[in-house]
Every structure is written in structure tokens, then in C-alpha cells.
Design a protein around this ligand. Structure first.
Ligand code: HEM
Length: 517
């Protein structure tokens, strides 16, 4: 009996010592792992207030104190921020495989959006399949070249709308000031509608178009609003800002309309009398039956609807905002505007419209677009990544499930890389090989690596052709009663993408002889 008691006591003592040693070892391990530097946070909320109302600017300020790799705690969400080209190259080139997941956000749980999404979906065989389909079937150079007439048509329509609305305003004795981003957004939306669904969603023939336009606009707004429930998950249940509820309502409206378009297409397939020369992306998604590698069946119907909807979310506002910023910078710098016009006159002449085939002969215009994207990337922190596993990154320990922001906005304004970084100077790109296609980490408005923007090629074409056409068809003036090039308001409005806070209101004067087709 005595020996049993002493055995139990000894075993208990041994277990207790082993547990203490284990726990000590774990804590020691945690402490010895070097974490990136960052400001101390408040209990529970951590560093949420350090982000301010313009996170990309607040984070750039923190870089001055903590360097290019910064650690924050946003509620319970560990976050790392990358703020130099060198650190971005390390992350997006050398460690991309560890950082290519996305953080699950509460608003995207509505209607199982995240399960079907490419942009916020998990890195998974499904994601790889859809990504490949987009890159190979929709966004190749050939496919983009083949769809040039769609972009031409939508841009011509935008020019005509501006002409008509200005003429009507002039007839009423008004100055003819137009809200440029409104026209740019409708154009970008219609380009995507035509590529995805072969439809002009925003014309009088399409009765669902405006409802869809409104619903996607609202959904984009909810998606772009920081949600306290993402930082403090115990609040998810309460949905304190009502974001999930609102998103659920507006996303349902948008999904229902896309579902209607998909059903219509399936009816056409059933009748078997579809004689289409050009397949659109909906055809590609519906016809896909697996790639024998990552996916072995058709893409579920509900997910097809989500993918189509996502292209409108991801592609319309980003592209229109970037064009608006470029135009605003040109209006602030008449010398640069004059150079764009001269180049257009020389290469295109005054009697025809600009075509995409002209673009390669317009280096100054290309430099203007690069410079505008450097100063005003539409998605300044890229789409947040999420770490797939514990990673040793530049000597720091980054734990699995850490959210990662890449501050493309701060990187584009880094004085270590850019001379006179805050000045709009397109000339810096003339004769330079620096491009925004994900290889030069000092200029990454479209991101880089596995998650680089899948619509980059399309966005580039729309941006260049729409800007060239606007400048070739009109002389643009600021409303002199309210602003001058020196006082033009360049403040930002943060949402899913960063737009001008005060929309660019400008007066177009039709240039003689240039006619929209
Ligand atoms: C000027 C216009 C645009 C800008 C500045 C832009 C920017 C971006 C950025 C920064 C990302 C995240 C990249 C990363 O995480 O590394 C992204 C992702 C994405 N973009 Fe764009 N974008 C634009 C236009 C478009 C267009 C026109 C489309 C499609 C019609 C599109 C579709 C997407 C999609 C689907 C993703 C998610 C990719 C993924 O996670 O695999 N974007 N975009």
C-alpha cells in the first residue's frame, strides 16, 4: 500500500514538473521569436484607433517610427503591414506561397459569397480553378484584343452621353459642368456587362440594369466599411453596425438579377439555336466541366452567379476611380495635359478617334497613367492577405492566420525610391522600364504574385483608351467660379476603392472635327 502511495506521489510530482517545464518552454519560445516592431495597443481593441480614417496615410506615418515591416493588433486580429518595395518583394516574390490566402471578413459570409469568390476566397483547388479560367479564358492578350470593339463601343457611348448632356445644359443657359466619375463608372460597368454577359446593362432596353447598378453600389459600400465585428469576433453575433444585414439585403438583390441572366442563358442553350461568334465569360463558366486536376465537375450554379457579380465589384469602381485621378492630376498640371494633347494630335490626328492600336505609340499617355497609379492606387493597401502557416519573414516570426496589408500607396511615395515623390511628373517614366505589372515592387497598384489583379490587362486598356478619348474629343476646363488648378480638391474618400472625396466636376468643350463613332 505504502509503495503504491509513494508511486502515485512521485508520478504526480513528475507530471507537474513536466507540465511547468513545457509551459515555460512554450512561453520562452514565444518570447524568443522575434516579432516585427509596432506601437503598443490598448486592451481588447489593440491598435484599431492607430489606423485613423485614412489607414494608408496613418500607416505611412508609423513607418517613420517602426520601419517598413510593422506589427499591429486590430482587436484580436494580428496584422502585419509591409511598407517598402524591398519588403514587398520579399513577401510577394519569395514568400508568396505562405501569404496568398485571404482573411475571412464577416460581410462576405452572406449568401456563401466567400465560397464562390475569387477575390476574397480561400487559396484552394476551387480558387486555383477559377483563377486559371479567368486568366486563360478571359484575360489573355488575345482575348482582350478580340474584345477591343466592346471597349470602343462603351467609350463612344460615354463620349456621346457627355456631349448630349452638355448640349442640353448649354441650351438651358447653364455652364455644362459634368460629374466626370459618374460617366466613367457607367462606362466601366457597361464594359464589364458586355464582357461577362454580352449586355449593355445601363441602357433603356435593360430594365434590371439600374436596379443591379444600385444594388452593387450599395454592396460595395458595405464591403468597404471597416467592420468592428471583424476585429472583435465576439461582436459578430450582434452585427453592431448592421453591415452584415445590409450586405445580405443588397447582395441578395444583385444575385437575384444575375441569376435571372444566367437562367435566360440556360434557356437559350436549351433551345439550341444560339449562334454566337464570341463566347462571353458566362458561356465559359457554364460550359466548364473540370480541368482534370484541381476541379473535376461543373462549377456550381450559385458560384457562377457569385463570380459574375464579383467582376462588377472588382472592376468598375477601381477603373473609373483611377481614370478620374489621372484626369484630376492633368487638370492640375496644364503642361502635362498639353503634352498629352500634342502627342494625340501627332499620332492620331484630328479627324479620327483614338484606337487601342494607337496606344503603343503614345508613350507620354502611358507615362501619365503610370504616374497616376503611383500616386493614387485605387486599392491602397491591396486586398488583405492572410498567412497560411507560421513564417520566418525577414528575420521576424509571422504566425499563421495573420492579416497582411501591403501599403502600395506608401510604397509609391517612398522618397528612397522616387525622386520628388509627391509631384505628379509623368516624365519620370519616359525611357524607364518600370511598369505596374507586378515585377517592379516600387509600383504595385495591381499587387503582385499569385493574387495579382486578374483584371489588370483589361483595366489597363480601359484606362488608357478612355483617358485618351476624353482628352482627344474635348478640351476640359475647371469651373473657374469654384476652383483652379492650384486649389483643386484632391482629398480622398475611402471605400472598397479610394475615390476623390469631391467628384471631379469639369466643363467639356467639344473639340472641332473629332466625332464619336
Ligand atoms: C485600375 C483598375 C484596377 C485596380 C487598381 C485593381 C487592383 C487590384 C488589386 C490591388 C488587387 C489585389 C492584388 C493582390 O492581392 O496582390 C486586385 C484583385 C483583383 N482584381 Fe483588380 N484592379 C483593377 C481592375 C480590375 C478589373 C477591371 C477586374 C475584372 C473585371 C478586376 C478583378 C480583380 C479580381 C477578381 C481580383 C482578385 C484576384 C485574386 O484574389 O486572385 N480588377 N485588383
Amino acid at each position: 500500500m505504502e509503495s503504491i502511495c509513494s508511486f502515485l506521489v512521485c508520478s504526480g510530482l513528475f507530471l507537474a514538473i513536466a507540465m511547468i517545464l513545457c509551459l515555460k518552454g512554450k512561453n520562452l519560445g514565444r518570447r524568443t521569436k522575434k516579432l516585427p516592431p509596432g506601437p503598443a495597443g490598448w486592451p481588447i481593441i489593440g491598435n484599431i484607433f492607430d489606423l485613423g480614417t485614412e489607414p494608408h496615410r496613418a500607416l505611412q506615418e508609423l513607418k517613420l517610427k517602426y520601419g517598413p515591416v510593422l506589427r499591429l493588433r486590430l482587436g484580436s486580429m494580428d496584422t502585419v503591414v509591409i511598407q517598402s518595395a524591398k519588403a514587398a518583394a520579399q513577401l510577394l516574390k519569395n514568400h508568396d506561397a505562405s501569404f496568398c490566402d485571404r482573411k475571412p471578413l464577416d460581410v462576405f459570409t452572406c449568401h456563401n459569397y466567400r465560397d464562390g469568390s475569387l477575390a476574397v476566397g480561400r487559396f484552394s483547388p476551387y480558387w486555383r480553378t477559377v483563377r486559371r479560367l479567368c486568366s486563360v479564358e478571359m484575360m489573355t492578350v488575345k482575348r482582350i484584343n478580340d474584345t477591343a470593339s466592346i471597349r470602343r463601343k462603351c467609350i463612344d457611348q460615354m463620349i456621346r452621353n457627355i456631349e448630349d448632356d452638355t448640349a442640353a445644359a448649354n441650351a438651358r443657359g447653364e455652364s455644362g459642368v459634368v460629374n466626370l466619375p459618374h460617366y466613367l463608372f457607367l462606362m466601366a460597368f457597361n464594359v464589364i456587362g458586355n464582357l461577362m454577359l454580352s449586355r449593355d446593362l445601363l441602357d433603356s432596353q435593360c430594365k434590371e440594369g439600374y436596379e443591379f447598378f444600385q444594388a452593387t453600389g450599395m454592396a460595395a459600400m458595405w464591403a468597404g466599411t471597416p467592420n468592428v465585428a471583424d476585429f472583435l469576433p465576439f461582436l459578430k453575433w450582434f452585427d453592431p453596425q448592421g453591415l452584415r444585414r445590409n450586405m445580405s439585403r443588397d447582395m441578395a438583390r444583385a444575385l437575384k438579377i444575375v441569376e435571372g441572366f444566367v437562367k435566360e442563358r440556360l434557356e437559350v442553350y436549351k433551345l439550341g439555336n444560339e449562334e454566337k461568334n464570341n463566347k462571353d465569360f458566362l458561356d465559359t463558366l457554364l460550359e466548364f466541366e473540370g480541368d482534370g486536376k484541381d476541379w473535376h465537375e461543373k462549377i456550381p450554379y450559385e458560384r457562377i452567379i457569385i463570380i459574375i457579380l464579383e467582376m462588377f465589384f472588382a472592376g468598375s469602381e477601381t477603373t473609373s476611380a483611377a481614370t478620374e485621378w489621372a484626369m484630376a492630376e492633368l487638370l492640375r498640371k496644364p503642361e502635362a495635359m498639353r503634352k498629352v494633347k500634342e502627342e494625340l494630335n501627332e499620332v492620331v490626328g484630328e479627324n479620327r478617334n483614338v484606337e487601342e492600336s494607337d496606344i503603343e505609340k503614345l508613350p507620354y499617355l502611358q507615362a501619365v497613367v503610370k504616374e497616376a497609379l503611383r500616386l493614387h492606387p485605387s486599392v491602397p493597401l491591396l486586398v488583405p492577405r492572410n498567412t497560411m502557416q507560421d513564417t520566418n519573414f525577414m528575420g521576424y516570426h509571422i504566425a499563421k492566420d495573420t492579416q497582411v496589408f501591403v501599403n502600395a500607396w506608401a510604397i509609391g511615395r517612398d522618397p528612397d525610391y522616387w525622386e520628388d515623390p509627391l509631384t505628379f511628373k509623368p516624365e519620370r517614366f519616359l525611357g524607364s522600364n518600370i511598369d505596374y505589372k507586378g515585377q517592379n515592387f516600387e509600383l504595385i497598384p495591381f499587387g503582385s504574385g499569385r493574387r495579382i489583379c486578374v483584371g489588370m490587362l483589361l483595366a489597363q486598356r480601359v484606362l488608357l483608351l478612355s483617358l485618351a478619348s476624353l482628352i482627344h474629343c474635348f478640351d476640359w476646363e475647371l469651373d473657374k467660379d469654384s476652383t483652379t488648378p492650384e486649389t483643386l480638391d484632391m482629398r480622398e474618400k475611402i471605400g472598397m476603392s479610394v475615390k476623390k472625396l469631391i467628384p471631379l466636376n469639369v466643363i467639356p468643350k467639344k473639340r472641332p472635327r473629332i466625332m464619336a463613332a
